[in-house]
Ligand binder design. Structure first.
Ligand code: DX5
Ligand code: ZN
Length: 219
């Protein structure tokens, strides 16, 4: 099962509702929502009120990526705002195991994100508890950056780790995924594909069709 999770960060906020409708009409099921706090990452994006507002009109699965320091402070708030899945960064949590439990208790699926330089061994004692691992394929903070090549090995290693343990954990990749890089991440084992500029830049429907074709090539 492959899912495209378009990153709302690259949408035109003046036409947000319309663009979310377009992606839903194109058969997309997930929406990647990047929350940035200006501390864990340099930039600031948006928070709960925006999510609450789009939740009213959208049937998409809200995949909320918290690029926030000490995210345990906000889990219940994001769950209430309408998140279906909440991903926290291993680097941002003082008590990662506890934070994963908190996300599940709030009624959401839980993801753990790793920055490009963070080793997979961070997952050793929590992997069995998480629904998804998000591998950052750029340094977090901004859309439109280039894919870090070394990520391909990391995806393969994570896939092997998940298979060895008999788990079904989703592997999400985020950053620099476009028509040039999609095949190598799918081949390596990623199944949840975040794309911002490659979805919202230009013709949204045609861009989505390009990703759907790539998924079909890898069935
Ligand atoms: C980066 C964000 C990404 C970003 C991806 O910090 O987590 O989700 O929006 O954008 P593209 O696909 O343009 O690299
Ligand atoms: Zn993201």
């Amino acid at each position: 099962m492959y899912q495209l999770s378009p990153s709302m960060l690259s949408a035109d906020f003046n036409r947000l509702g319309e663009q979310l409708k377009t992606i839903e009409e194109s058969g997309v099921k997930w929406l990647h929502i990047d929350v940035m706090d200006g501390d864990f990452v340099p930039s600031i994006s948006f928070g709960m009120p925006v999510i609450t507002s789009i939740r009213k009109e959208s049937g998409l699965f809200f995949d909320v990526h918290l690029m926030v320091s000490n995210p345990d402070r906000y889990i219940e708030d994001f769950a209430k705002a309408g998140a279906d899945l909440i991903t926290v960064h291993a680097e941002a949590c003082r008590h990662l195991e506890g934070c994963i439990s908190q996300i599940h208790k709030a009624g959401c699926k839980a993801g753990v994100a790793l920055n490009p330089a963070t080793p997979l061994c961070q997952l050793d004692y929590v992997l069995h508890k998480v629904d998804m691992v998000l591998l950052m394929t750029v340094n977090p903070g901004f859309g439109g950056q280039s894919y870090i090549e070394k990520s391909t090995d990391k995806i393969k290693d994570l896939k092997a780790m998940i298979d060895e343990r008999g788990l079904e954990t989703y592997i999400q990749v985020d950053g620099g995924i476009n028509q040039k890089t999609i095949d190598r991440v799918l081949e390596a084992g990623a199944n949840i594909i975040v794309a911002g500029s490659a979805v919202f830049g230009g013709d949204i429907k045609a861009n989505i069709a390009g990703f759907q074709d790539a998924f079909a090539r890898h069935q």
